[in-house]
Design a protein around this ligand. Structure first.
Ligand code: TXA
Ligand code: MG
Length: 324
């Protein structure tokens, strides 16, 4: 676990224009000074991410909001007050100090306050905002431990802060509050139900096909192995058939079939609790890769609560692969 000396060192790396791997409650981020265009461009280089894809600015507290954004609607204040620090990102109108490099050229900017003691300590020591996309190469699985970051990025990151395994395990929920009604752009760690309870009205969740969010490709969060989604009742039969035909199959065994033996290369029994499933999801995908699986068979959980974010990530992991 990162010490206070590590925090000081990491703040120095940020001030010098370097990149720090930062634990958050959702996934590990690749952090740079949000006011330093050169440092931000290194993030894109290291990730292999197209420069048009906007980043999230991480702040130490809601009181910093007005320094980074303008025209904050009441709904945004209510959500910030209620869910920060926490896995909620708000898209607002960009304040003049935010470099366009951080927003992919957009006039809006995504901001959040992470709920992790190490992240908050670094933000306090650094004093400014940091842009931090997930600390993985573009399109691949987000890291949820410091070791995942090291395996993924190696020397390309200047300093890794170890904050233990991420508690939430999937990225923040992104809510666009620049329009007439708040809209969920990406389901994540804060559930739609919790947002609706606080706002007092239903929220629009555009389907993946409708939404044109920069940086949201059909294929994302993808392991090396191909991911195929099937109905829960056919997971075992599909996995065994693919194994028979020579595939190294990794199986997400639905909780309802947890006790059924499956003939496959690697089997993960899906945790019955959505929170535990979300927390483990990326680690399971990485493990299938490490075990040499070339095919992963999974089914979608019920799309409520955290199940909405899990299903979104599994769909994208199974989506058509893109070339950069
Ligand atoms: O939980 C998280 O949000 C993690 C941790 C590290 O904080 N970060 C994260 O960042 O997931 P990243 O870069 O992997 O995903 C950020 C997404 C982009 O893909 C983009 O879709 C969306 O945020 N985004 C950022 N700025 C936006 C904007 N101005 N308008 C719409 N979407 C935006
Ligand atoms: Mg990401």
């Amino acid at each position: 676990m990162a010490s206070s000396k590590d925090i000081e060192k990491a703040a120095g790396v940020l001030r010098a224009g370097g990149l720090v791997a930062l634990p958050t409650e959702t996934v590990y981020g690749l952090a740079a000074d949000a006011m330093d265009p050169a440092a931000i461009s290194r993030i894109f280089q290291v990730k292999g991410r197209p420069p048009s894809h906007p980043l999230i600015v991480h702040l130490a507290g809601a009181e910093q909001l007005d320094a980074w954004v303008q025209d904050v609607p009441v709904a945004a204040r209510v959500l910030a007050e209620h869910f920060w620090p926490g896995p909620l990102t708000l898209v607002l109108r960009r304040g003049p100090r935010v470099p366009l490099e951080a927003t992919g050229g957009l006039e809006t900017v995504a901001v959040r306050v992470p709920d992790h003691p190490v992240a908050l300590a670094l933000l306090a020591a650094f004093g400014g905002g940091v842009t931090a996309p997930s600390a993985n190469r573009f399109g691949s699985v987000s890291p949820t431990t410091a070791n995942d970051v090291r395996a993924e990025l190696g020397d390309a990151v200047d300093f890794v802060l170890d904050g233990g395994p991420c508690q939430v395990g999937v990225e923040s929920t992104i809510v666009d509050v620049t329009g007439e009604a708040p809209t969920i752009l990406r389901p994540g760690g804060v559930t739609r139900e919790d947002l609706e309870a606080v706002l007092g009205h239903p929220l629009a969740v555009p389907s993946t096909s409708q939404v044109r969010v920069p940086g949201q490709h059909p294929s994302h969060y993808a392991p090396r192995a191909r991911v195929v989604l099937v109905e829960p009742e056919t997971v075992i039969a599909e996995a065994e058939a693919a194994s028979e035909s020579g595939h190294q199959v990794g199986v997400f065994l639905p909780a309802a079939f947890a006790d059924v033996p499956v003939k496959a290369h690697a089997v993960v029994a899906v945790p019955a609790s959505p929170a535990a499933y979300a927390q483990g999801l990326y680690g399971f995908l990485r493990e299938f890769d490490q075990q040499g699986c070339d095919l992963i068979i999974a089914s979608l959980p019920a799309e409520q609560g955290l199940g909405l974010a899990i299903a979104n990530r599994l769909r994208r992991a199974a989506g058509p692969r893109h070339t950069v």
